[in-house]
Design a protein around this ligand. Sequence first.
Ligand code: NAG
Ligand code: NAG
Ligand code: NAG
Ligand code: NAG
Ligand code: NAG
Ligand code: NAG
Ligand code: NAG
Ligand code: NAG
Ligand code: NAG
Ligand code: NAG
Length: 396
Amino acid sequence: MSLFKIALPALAVAGSAYGTTSATATIENSGDATAIAGCKTYTGSIAIATGVGSDLSLDGQLQSIDGDLILENNKDIVRFSAGSLKNITGELRVSNVPEIASLSMPQLTSVDTLTLNGLANLRNLEFTSVISKCDHLDIQNTVLLNLNGIGLNEAADILIANNKAIDTINFMNITNITERLELSYNNLQVNVSFPILESANNISLRAIGSLDIPALSKINVGDFGVFESDNLTSISAPNLTQIDGALVIANNKGLQNISFDALTKVDANLQIANNTNLHELQGLPKLKNVGAALDISGNFSKVETPSLELVKGVFNLQSTGNIGDVCSKFYDPLRDSNKLPKGKYVCLGELDKANTAGTQPSGSSSGSGNKPGAAVGLSVPSISLGLVGLFAILLL
Ligand SMILES: *[C@@H]1O[C@H](CO)[C@@H](O)[C@H](O)[C@H]1NC(C)=O
Ligand SMILES: *[C@@H]1O[C@H](CO)[C@@H](O)[C@H](O)[C@H]1NC(C)=O
Ligand SMILES: *[C@@H]1O[C@H](CO)[C@@H](O)[C@H](O)[C@H]1NC(C)=O
Ligand SMILES: *[C@@H]1O[C@H](CO)[C@@H](O)[C@H](O)[C@H]1NC(C)=O
Ligand SMILES: *[C@@H]1O[C@H](CO)[C@@H](O)[C@H](O)[C@H]1NC(C)=O
Ligand SMILES: *[C@@H]1O[C@H](CO)[C@@H](O)[C@H](O)[C@H]1NC(C)=O
Ligand SMILES: *[C@@H]1O[C@H](CO)[C@@H](O)[C@H](O)[C@H]1NC(C)=O
Ligand SMILES: *[C@@H]1O[C@H](CO)[C@@H](O)[C@H](O)[C@H]1NC(C)=O
Ligand SMILES: *[C@@H]1O[C@H](CO)[C@@H](O)[C@H](O)[C@H]1NC(C)=O
Ligand SMILES: CC(=O)N[C@H]1CO[C@H](CO)[C@@H](O)[C@@H]1O
């Protein structure tokens, strides 16, 4: 047995009975691996060095790592296994390991953090027992075909981005996401389903193909955004009553229908913009309150928000299509009774170009509402939903 790069006292390696070691052991060859695999519980973190060859196994007694297991920046490893490993209290990170084609941990069910990034040859996960407990899930820049082997019940955050072959994201058992859900630029037609998800904070979805969130009832802290999803034809969140941040639906070329049948309150901006095929907006039947801007622009022939009572920041409705008399009959009276912000109000149809709030409407218009000049000086609170993974490191 060779020495570890950071030498460990033999007793510490022997198991958690003596487990106060927190140094990171670096596996430099199969002998090191065999030594660690002989422990039932390993206390401390384990890193895999470069130059260990193509196959590395921690098969043996090892059931639990009280620390992290890190395999990173390694061009050699093709196959890695830990046959009896059940539990990692820290992070399992496999990052920038371009040749790895097999990651086998058939008994693993619990990790605190799972990070998979920059894996150009890994098609499938071999987490046969299914990881059900993982607080932080981060999967980016892989060629994975699916997420089989990951079936969480709860999570703090989930980030799945730039995995072009993943066409199904179905977390059938997850009820709550306490920090963030971000799905970006996976397969353009990815079907996204969270059938029993009740609450989440900060949801950001980019380039998705379909969305199923029947039980979602609350966004506690943060925003809900759907962007650049050209293959998405409809968005429906039938049970969502309240969003503590912004609701933004923008740049979805294929979108034809939005329905938020239970939504009453959006605490920040509600923006609908650049959805070129969205012509009717009737899916906000209960919307009462918008805490910042209500900003709707596009080619609409019908816009209805029959329950609207109060918009605090800015009201902007601009359409290239003819929206009939909804401005004069519905929105102007609300403005006149100070339910919509008087100085920051635009409601116009039949424009040459429909702009978002803060930009001057252009072209001739019909219908009632303010004259275009009224738009000058609108200020809209900025909505920042992070852009993840535009700089994918994975090049096949
Ligand atoms: C994981 O291992 C730790 C100790 O190493 C233990 O306290 C914990 O209960 C284990 N969790 C699971 C889910 O096995
Ligand atoms: C969901 O939970 C059930 C029951 O615990 C389990 O049998 C199933 O494998 C889980 N599926 C996923 C995808 O998490
Ligand atoms: C995604 O959903 C659509 C519509 O239900 C279906 O036609 C398609 O086969 C699904 N794709 C996958 C990969 O399951
Ligand atoms: C999940 O969220 C719902 C709705 O906010 C809440 O009632 C429930 O207690 C949460 N469950 C857990 C396990 O946090
Ligand atoms: C929608 O919310 C109601 C009340 O909170 C709940 O009873 C119902 O089961 C939810 N629907 C779904 C599909 O989860
Ligand atoms: C929501 O997530 C974005 C990044 O995706 C972050 O910039 C923002 O601060 C988050 N907002 C909250 C309230 O957590
Ligand atoms: C939009 O979706 C809702 C809910 O799914 C549905 O009831 C409605 O008929 C749809 N409207 C159009 C125009 O497709
Ligand atoms: C709408 O599209 C235009 C042109 O592509 C772009 O400049 C603008 O930022 C988009 N608006 C939003 C709200 O994304
Ligand atoms: C608006 O949509 C209608 C119906 O699809 C279409 O005929 C018209 O050309 C569109 N106008 C603009 C400015 O895109
Ligand atoms: C089926 C379908 O609509 N596919 C489209 C998904 O989005 C991409 C990118 O906009 C299009 O190229 C596909 O045609």
